[in-house]
Design a protein around this ligand. Structure first.
Ligand code: HDE
Length: 711
């Protein structure tokens, strides 16, 4: 429904009653009250009947003359715009960046030099392969695209949550994306790489091996958008007042710590709540606990670039933080939701070429290709070169003045006679000119060479950093990588493709190759794939590449699911919910019925979820506050038993009243299984101990006991 106000606002989100009339056919008419908003057409004409189209007689036919009906259907028919060819499923939020350390030695960009300066920003998180309606927890790279509305113009870092990429040259991007998305003859599988085409392409693209290690790790099944890192990936360039260049790689580091879920959990979350990540971010902002990231830079010069083991222009490589530490120069908070998903999240247009004075490019062939691609795609998607006039894409805090004009849906139409320069008019409207001193200057890089379609020999080592990533992982993370490879390759129908991938893995880590070969039931280890450059085994582990070592310090920011039955201890429910809130975490009551449970003091605690709408996969840890009778009843309920057995299998901490023990055992967690992660709750002290334990992400040791593959 559109209101006639000039701002096009929508009605407030509150229950409201209207005068109603019932029509001859039993249909309900809600009537605008005196002074209330009246429904109109797009032309502003008031509408008398929005329930019935104009007909001849009571039973039709419908008349074309009905302009309101015609306009309403016409507009509806055109509501959709093409979804993004990649990164279709996204979720955007607004925030603010604050600079804490100046980079003035390296750049003239004001956003990076004026300490204390605050810059508004918009971030769109996304998955890559899935269509717009696909689930949030697909195993996939996450896009982390940031638009900074600096006072010198818009600057976009169109990044991912993984610091390297599949391919080295943009010319392979369409092939790579085609292979990853649904297969063209059947239109599935959706939002997953576990199929023949993807792994066929990968098996023939050794440069992707480093990225494969990352995407098979838990990085691609994050717990939340709040718990991912962001990377600009490419080597960019900063340019200072003297015109000197410094290479730079951009990093976003979450203050919430890195956290991921388990694969078996992700699969189930996608069914229980396909909007898991967007809901999580929405709730965090709603509850006034907005997420924050530090912005860091790795800076280096030509000398480092020339001596580094790999080519800094190769986007399949990273520079270990142990070699060049990430220097934190500021932070941002994402604390405001969009007001309209379409207007902002859908219509935002990022582009790697959106840079401001002091920030420039390098010859990374992937970046160079991206610089062509983004403008093109926005034109297709948003339908007009005037997509920069859409509010979310407009620069803020700096004027926009040029002689570009007209086009579909032009909203910024300068007045006056002049639409070219140079000109000799004065005083008849905006008449902007170049500014050699303050305008954008490209870095005057010296370039020479013959034209050729080549891949530099300095890009040829495809396995060494893949190995470095693998050996930098904790044992549980290495296990997850092996499990993920076995899972994905088991969905691949062609045995030769499975074998070829194992052949690549042998260049990375023989043990991993053996684990995967074993998991696939291969009778013998396939031959090693030929490597252009002998893989190095001397690169040291880089602890910064592990998630487990960089988790959160407490349970703050996470979510406890409390399963409650009638007759449960009111004192315990109160102690637990209050302690959780006090530590900046969230709890949710799950009850056999949504109305809630009547506790032992006669009070009613309302349910946020009914048991089958609130499976334990939606929570970071769970507590079972059950009475004896409640436990006996739940012991007969499959969904309730799944709640416990899943929480246990997913290595979660489980707090429980003593009365809950028989129920836990009926759910398959025997007395022998009860480990230090299954924690009795009977006093305020035990509540503290439980929540302290929950501060650790999971009880990972348990996984080696409950998962057959681990043997
Ligand atoms: Fe993108 N990418 N990309 N990409 N990309 C798009 O632009 C492209 C690459 C990334 O939330 C498209 O507006 C090429 C790397 C993000 O709106 C398109 C190549 C990285 C987003 C495009 C790459 C990214 C996109 C599709 C290979 C991480 C979502 C819709 C050279 C550094 C932005 C759109 C949003 C979106 C092209 C590779 C990140 C088609 C040609 C590497 C986060 O223009």
């Amino acid at each position: 429904m559109t209101k006639t106000t000039s701002e096009d606002t929508r009605p407030e989100d509150a229950a409201r009653s209207f005068d109603t009339e019932v029509g001859a056919g039993g249909e309900l008419h809600q009537i605008a009250d005196d002074g209330g908003d009246v429904l109109t057409t797009q032309q502003g004409v008031r509408v008398a009947d929005d329930q019935n189209s104009l007909k001849v007689g009571d039973r039709g036919p419908t008349l074309l003359e009905d302009f309101h009906f015609r306009e309403k259907i016409f507009h509806f028919d055109h509501e959709r715009i093409p979804e993004r060819v990649v990164h279709a499923r996204g979720f955007g939020v607004h925030g603010t960046f604050t600079l804490t350390e100046s980079l003035e030695d390296h750049t003239v960009a004001k956003m990076l030099t004026e300490v204390g300066e605050q810059t508004q920003m918009f971030v769109r998180f996304s998955t890559v392969a899935g269509n717009k309606g696909s689930p949030d927890l697909a195993r996939d790279v996450r896009g982390f695209a940031a638009k900074f509305y600096t006072k010198e113009g818009n600057w976009d870092i169109v990044g991912n949550n993984i610091p390297v990429f599949f391919i080295q040259d943009a010319i392979k991007f369409p092939d790579m994306v085609h292979a990853a998305k649904q297969e063209p003859d059947r239109g599935f599988p959706q939002a997953q790489t576990a199929h023949d085409n993807f792994w066929d392409f990968i098996s023939l693209t050794p440069e992707s091996m480093h990225m494969i290690m990352w995407i098979m790790s838990d990085r691609t099944i994050p717990r939340s958008f709040r718990t991912i890192e962001g990377f600009g990936v490419h080597t960019f360039r900063l340019i200072n007042a003297e015109g000197k260049g410094t290479y730079v790689k951009f990093h976003f580091k979450p203050r919430q710590g890195l956290q991921s879920v388990m694969w078996n959990e992700a699969v189930k979350i996608n069914g229980a709540d396909p909007d898991f990540h967007r809901r999580d971010l929405w709730d965090a902002i709603d509850q006034d606990t907005p997420p924050e990231w530090d912005l860091g830079v790795q800076l280096f010069d030509d000398e480092f670039a020339d001596n580094f083991e790999f080519d800094v222009l190769d986007a399949t490589k990273l520079i270990p933080e142990e070699q060049i530490p990430v220097r934190i120069i500021g932070s941002f908070v994402l604390d405001a939701r969009v007001e309209n998903f379409f207007a902002e999240t859908e219509q935002v247009a990022f582009c790697t070429q959106n840079v401001v004075p002091g920030i420039g490019f390098t010859n990374d062939p992937l970046l160079q290709g991206r610089n062509f691609s983004y403008l093109d795609t926005q034109l297709k998607r948003l339908g007009s070169p005037n997509f920069t006039h859409i509010p979310i894409n407009q620069p803020r805090g700096c004027p926009v003045m040029n002689f570009q004009q007209d086009g579909h849906m032009a909203m910024r139409n300068p007045k006056g006679r002049v639409n070219y320069e140079p000109n000799s008019w004065a005083g008849s409207g905006p008449n902007p000119r170049e500014s050699p001193t303050t305008g954008y200057r490209h870095f005057p890089a010296e370039e020479s060479g013959r034209k050729a379609q080549v891949r530099s020999a300095s890009f040829a080592d495809h396995y060494s950093q893949a190995r470095q990533f693998f050996i930098s992982q904790a044992p549980i993370e290495q296990k997850h990588i092996g499990d993920a490879l076995v899972f994905e390759l088991s969905k691949v129908e062609r045995v030769d493709i499975r074998q070829k991938i194992v052949g690549h893995l042998r260049n990375i880590d023989e043990t991993l190759a053996k684990v995967v070969a074993g998991g696939l039931g291969l009778k013998e280890l396939p031959p090693k794939e030929k490597a252009a450059v002998e893989p190095r085994t001397d690169l040291p582990a880089s602890p910064a590449l592990s998630i487990v070592g960089r988790g959160p310090e407490s349970f703050a920011g996470r979510k406890l699911g409390i399963l409650v039955t009638d007759g449960a201890s009111a004192k315990l429910v109160k102690a637990l919910t209050e302690s959780v809130a006090a530590m900046g975490a969230v709890s949710e009551i799950i009850a056999p019925k949504i109305a809630g449970a009547t506790l032992d003091d006669g009070t009613l605690v309302e349910g946020k979820q009914k048991i089958d709408g609130g499976p334990s996969i939606l929570y970071d840890a769970v507590a079972l506050l059950l009475s004896k009778d409640g436990a006996a009843q739940l012991a007969e309920d499959k969904t309730a038993k799944d709640f416990v057995s899943d929480a246990f299998a997913h290595c979660k901490f489980i707090g429980h009243t003593p009365e809950a023990v028989p129920f836990i055992q009926r759910a398959g967690v025997t007395e022998k299984d009860m480990d230090e992660g299954v924690i009795p709750l009977d006093s305020a002290k035990s509540v503290d101990a439980f929540l302290k334990a929950c501060g650790k992400l999971r009880l990972w040791d348990r996984e080696f006991k409950v998962d057959l593959d681990a043997a």
